[in-house]
Design a binder for this molecule. Structure first.
Ligand SMILES: Nc1nc2c(ncn2[C@@H]2O[C@H](COP(=O)(O)OP(=O)(O)OP(=O)(O)O)[C@@H](O)[C@H]2O)c(=O)[nH]1
Ligand SMILES: [Mg+2]
Length: 210
């Protein structure tokens, strides 16, 4: 990877980094799903460089936020634009149109699960199966939130490894937000790199099928 840049405002409207027009742009839609308080909004705000709330505030309706992420794949610099879609769980249940809108044309699904929620962890295989539809051919990953809250963990490292191995679904852990905002990018960069690589790889797989 050659350079890193995330820009956002509190409204989630992001500035595009100033790169030569010859740099190709690719856009991907990513849907965050999971139980209420599983950390969907937390994850979206972390990845898009926005402030995170200290306590749960239920998301009403759907929020979208973008992040631009320039990354070198092979010898080529590519500008990834990741469109993150976060729907509050209560709204998803209440309004039947929310889920189809979020799923339409989705490239990746991130299933959020709190490491302090044992029940949610045990239900994860079902949640992953429900979140994805074979026709989407979406890339899938689990985001295990609250991993930074060691004393509240109800999931072990060994269980995470076993889940990844048996299900073939990667589990991403963002860790704690940096106390110094200038350091935050170093915390989120591995996850953004992982997502962009995974989406690129999925494109190559889909092209090979055609
Ligand atoms: N320290 C820490 N706190 C987290 C993490 N993930 C979530 N939280 C806390 O849990 C709260 C609830 O998470 P949200 O992201 O708001 O939950 P949600 O999934 O968007 O919930 P709904 O909008 O109701 O569907 C956050 O405000 C944080 O206080 C994490 O990885 N680390
Ligand atoms: Mg939310």
């Amino acid at each position: 990877m050659s350079c890193l840049e995330v820009k956002s405002s509190s409204t989630g409207v992001l500035e595009k980094p100033n790169l030569p027009p010859s740099v190709p742009n690719v856009t991907y839609k990513i849907f965050l799903c999971g139980k209420t308080a599983s950390g969907k909004t937390w994850t979206m705000n972390r990845l898009t460089g926005q402030e995170v709330a200290g306590q749960h505030v239920e998301t009403v309706g759907v929020q979208c936020s973008n992040v631009f992420w320039p990354m070198k794949i092979g010898n080529r610099l590519i500008l990834f634009r990741l469109e993150l879609w976060d729907a509050g769980e209560a709204s998803t249940r209440q309004y039947t149109h929310v889920l189809p809108v979020c799923r339409e044309g989705v490239d990746a699904v991130l299933v959020c699960c709190s490491a302090s929620d044992r029940e949610g962890w045990l239900d994860l295989p079902r949640a992953v199966a429900e979140a994805t539809q074979p026709a989407d051919r979406a890339a899938v990953a689990v985001v295990l939130t609250r991993w930074d809250q060691f004393s509240k963990r109800e999931v072990t490292e060994a269980e995470v490894e076993a889940f990844e191995a048996s299900r073939g679904v990667p589990v991403v852990r963002l860790g704690a937000a940096a106390s110094d905002p200038a350091q935050e990018m170093a915390h989120t960069a591995p996850t953004l790199n992982f997502l962009c690589r995974r989406l690129w790889q999925r494109d190559q797989e889909l092209l090979a099928i055609k």
